[in-house]
Every structure is written in C-alpha cells, then in structure tokens.
Design a binder for this molecule. Sequence first.
Ligand code: FAD
Ligand code: HEM
Length: 398
Amino acid sequence: MLDARTIEIVKSTVPLLESANTALTEHFYRRMFRDNPELKNVFNLSHQKTGRQPAALFAAVLAYAKNIDNPAVLSAAVERIAHKHTGFAIQPGQYAIVGHHLLETIKELAPDAATPEVIDAWAQAYGALAEIFIGREEQIYKENETQAGGWRGTRAFVVKEKRTESEQITSFLLAPADGGPVVDFRPGQYLSLHLASDRLEHNEYRQYSLCQAPNGENYRIAVKREQGGVGSNFLHDHVNEGDTLQVLPPAGDFFMEVTADTPVVLISGGVGQTPMRAMLDQLLSQGHNAPVHWLHACENGAQHAFKADIQARRQAHANLETHVWYRAPEATDQPAEDYDATGLMDLSRVKDAISQPGAHYYFCGPIPFMAMVKETLSGWGIGDDRLHYEVFGPHQSL
Ligand SMILES: Cc1cc2nc3c(=O)[nH]c(=O)nc-3n(C[C@H](O)[C@H](O)[C@H](O)COP(=O)(O)OP(=O)(O)OC[C@H]3O[C@@H](n4cnc5c(N)ncnc54)[C@H](O)[C@@H]3O)c2cc1C
Ligand code: HEM
C-alpha cells in the first residue's frame, strides 16, 4: 500500500514523463540490453527497432503514474500485460533488473528532478506494481499447470501438419511430443513459441493466435510470412512436419463472453482472422442462436486463407453470413463466389446487417484497419464495452 506522499510525488512527475515521452523507455531499453544482454534472448528486438515496445512500455508507465491513486482503472491493462509476460516466461527475479534500469534511467535523463525523494517514491511505486504483476503471473502459470493437459514453461510439440493456407499464410498443427492431452483455451487466446536455432541470432518468443476451437489433443496456428520478419520466415522456411517446437501454454485476455442469443460480428483483415476462426468454431459448435457475421478483408484470392472452410461453414449454418472484400482482385477471382466487394473494407455497406442491438464486435488486423473499424463502429454509437480487439504486437490503444 503506497502512502499519500509517495502517490503525490509520483503524480508530480507526470509532466516530466510526458516531456521525455518514449525517449524515456528507449533509454531504459538501451541501458538494460547493454548491462543485461541475456535479455536479448527474451525481448523481440524487432519491436525495439520499430519502436513499438518502447511506446507500449511508455504508455503503461505514464498510465500508472497518472492513475496511481485509482489502480482500478489499470486492471484491464495489468491483465493484458500479465498474460503477455507469461508468453515470454517472465520470472519474478527479472523484476529487480527492470526496476533498477527504470530508476537509473530517471536519474540519467532528469538529474535535477531525480531527488532522493523522487527516486524513493518511484522505487516504492515500481515495487507495488511489480508485486501485482508477479502475483497475477504466478496465478496464470499455476492455472495452466494444474488444469488437465496443462503445463508450466515450455513443452515440446511436434509439427503434425504444415499446410499452405494462402500465398503468405501457412498453418501448423502441433501435438505434444509426450503424447499427452493439451489444456483447453478460450477461443481468441494465443500460444507462444520459443524459437531457438543456430539459424537465429537470439532465442525468440513469438505469439500466434489459436485458429481452431479447443479439442484436447492438439493446437493449430497459422503464420503469415512477414517481410524481414525473424520468426515467421524461420517457421515458413525451416520448420517442417516431424520437427519439434517449444511451446508455452495458451494465454491472452482476448476472448468472447457472450450468451447464445448475442449477435456476434467477427471482423478481420488478413492473418487477423486467426483468433476469429477459433471464435467462429466455438459459436457454431455450441449452436449459437443469434446471427453471426464474418467480415473479412484481404488482398485477393491468392492471399485469401481458409476461403473454402469459411464457405462450407456458411452453407452449413443458416445463422452465419459472410462478407468478403478483396482490395485488388485478380482476373481469376470470381465476384459473388470468392468475394463480395472490391477495395478496402467498407462497413457502411453492411451497416443494416451488422448494427443489431446488443451485438458484440471482435476485430483483428493491421492497426490502421482496426482503427477504421473502431472509428466506424463508435461513430454508429456502439459503446466500447461491445468493441473488442487484439493487436498482433506490442499493444497500442486505438
Ligand atoms: C497476441 C498476438 C497474436 C498473434 N497472432 C498471430 C497469428 O495468428 N498469425 C501471425 O502470423 N502472426 C500473429 N502474431 C504476430 C506474431 O507474433 C509475430 O509478430 C509475426 O509473426 C512477425 O514476427 P517475425 O518474427 O516474423 O517478425 P519480427 O522480426 O518480429 O519483425 C516484425 C516486423 O518488424 C519489421 N522490422 C524488423 N526490424 C526492423 C527495422 N530495423 N526497421 C523497421 N522495421 C523492422 C520486420 O520487417 C517485420 O515486418 C500475433 C502477435 C500477437 C502479439
Ligand atoms: C512493472 C514492470 C513492468 C511493466 C509496467 C511492463 C510493461 C509491459 C508492457 C506495457 C508490455 C506490452 C504489453 C502488450 O503488448 O500487451 C510488456 C511486454 C513485455 N514485457 Fe514487460 N513490463 C514490466 C516488467 C517486465 C519484466 C520484469 C520483464 C522481464 C525482463 C518484462 C518483459 C517483457 C517482454 C519480453 C515483453 C514483450 C516484448 C515484445 O513483444 O517485444 N517486463 N511489458
């Protein structure tokens, strides 16, 4: 429990943090990787180069300082970050390293403002937050370990099938090498792979949404080849059927909480359809009563993954409607059969169908795509409590 004086001092540093902005977290990561280079095997260094992780950490630190007297505001973010941390196997002992570099960063960037009182207040505030994360992360680790088919840390999985789903997307069916069952997950959640190979400069953790409903035996993920991407190219080029991958248990705070009579709209761009597929599986297998809309946008037929599978589901389920946009169809792509509209996704085209009272909207895709979806749906008066999205990378608020 932080005392009033500590809270007051931390809050008083908000303008300082704001003026430093992401220079704060960029400095923090630079000094941490300099002194603790072993953490290069934990963090995704591409997210450092693109600046997305320093931005995500800065947003979290600033939100914490601003809301330190009202931590309830932070609970959704804490939940998301704790889940993300478990996907990188973060351990309690590592909190001291991060805390040390954070305090040193404040001292180095703002030597005048960083009085002993300020540093002491931040040390206490960091310690309180670290305790919350450590506690929640241990709970998640324990839940995963103690459920049927669960485990802690990494577990060896064999690639049972490697299947081309589109020009850029390949799916991998993974089953435990020990032949045992696998823990159920909540559709929308992801697996983390721990990639280690002579072909990689560092060990890498990567998250992939589970793209079929839980079945107790195996998991399927689908991976898009990212240009210049370390993990996805390694998986596409060097991981084959029969190979073993080290896998961390399912995690993530993105999942559905709807009743059988809630209209559901699943909206995806490109590989963002993966969590939606598991959600769709869940809805259809549970005999969802209300309408379900599947909205998907991609480049063209060659990049349209899982097309036949979704079409078959639409034919089998009267309450499922699909709407597909191709940005630039090719001559071989058949309008009405393969896709419904050309160009970028335009939600106004399906407004009457999808803006049903009480509907919940789940979406995933590139950030600009999700920003468009959020802006449009918010503009129709749909509240944030019915809008749910997943960012495929360091979190960013839309
Ligand atoms: C919750 C979650 C779920 C996800 N689910 C899926 C999924 O189902 N399917 C899927 O395919 N992906 C998914 N992802 C994304 C996935 O985890 C990886 O981020 C993705 O595969 C790219 O990883 P990579 O190692 O290939 O690319 P990285 O090496 O991480 O690079 C990422 C991007 O940064 C660029 N980059 C690297 N260095 C620089 C630089 N110096 N300057 C500028 N740009 C640079 C790369 O070119 C690349 O485009 C998910 C992510 C999260 C967080
Ligand atoms: C109170 C302390 C901490 C805070 C506030 C914090 C905050 C964050 C945030 C905001 C993210 C992004 C989450 C998302 O994308 O949803 C994140 C990711 C991450 N954190 Fe932490 N974190 C803390 C401690 C730690 C510690 C101790 C470690 C271990 C060294 C760690 C390692 C990571 C890693 C590896 C990622 C993923 C990075 C990536 O995708 O590139 N964090 N953290």
